[in-house]
Design a binder for this molecule. Structure first.
Ligand code: DLZ
Length: 171
């Protein structure tokens, strides 16, 4: 129960590199739109808060979470992006559909990250109930969209730091 003890939006802002020079993609699934829209807004606002420019944030909408890897690949092929955040919410139902979707998305995004050599961030909630999802989309456990944006900024910066010869460990 990792997030039962942790607000997903708690982080030390001073440790996050500037996103000023980076470009991002955000791909959002329409299923459970109330939740994914809240995740998307938090993600977008967090990128802006850390310096990303609106012109450097490209967005796309896909029907369901299963389509996130394909949508993310299309976006990455179309725009020059340093990181892509993929946002979805797969709520467990009476059947095991959620397991197939979650595995396919996680596997698809991990593969894209390896093939493209850039982060495709897993911003997908995998709750048992809608209440658990709402808790993580602006409720008592914060907003996973914030966490996904911070991950994208940090990973985009990591790649740039190798190029500039300034990579370091800070903990
Ligand atoms: C079919 C389906 C179901 C039952 N549940 C969800 C869900 O909770 N969250 C989600 O993002 N998508 C769901 N989908 C849709 C699939 O992700 C996909 O869009 C369809 O199976 C078509 O490929």
């Amino acid at each position: 129960m990792a997030s039962a003890l942790k607000n997903l939006s708690d982080y030390d802002e001073s440790t996050i590199p500037s996103a000023e020079d980076a470009s991002f993609g955000i791909v959002v699934s329409e299923w459970n739109a109330r939740i994914t829209h809240a995740l998307y807004e938090a993600c977008y606002d967090t990128l802006l808060k850390h310096g990303a420019k609106e012109d450097n944030i490209h967005v796309a909408q896909v029907p369901g979470s299963f389509e996130l890897p394909a949508g993310a690949k299309m976006l990455a092929d179309e725009y020059k992006v340093d990181a892509v955040v993929c946002i979805g919410c797969v709520i467990k139902g009476e059947t095991s559909h959620n397991e197939y979707i979650n595995y396919a998305v996680a596997n698809g995004l991990a593969n894209l990250s390896m093939v493209y050599g850039k982060p495709f961030v897993f911003g997908v909630l995998t709750p048992d109930t809608e209440e658990q999802a709402l808790d993580r989309a602006g409720g008592k456990h914060g907003n996973k969209g914030v966490e996904a944006a911070v991950t994208a900024i940090r990973m985009a910066h990591l790649k740039k730091s190798f190029k500039s010869g300034k990579s370091k460990i800070g903990f």
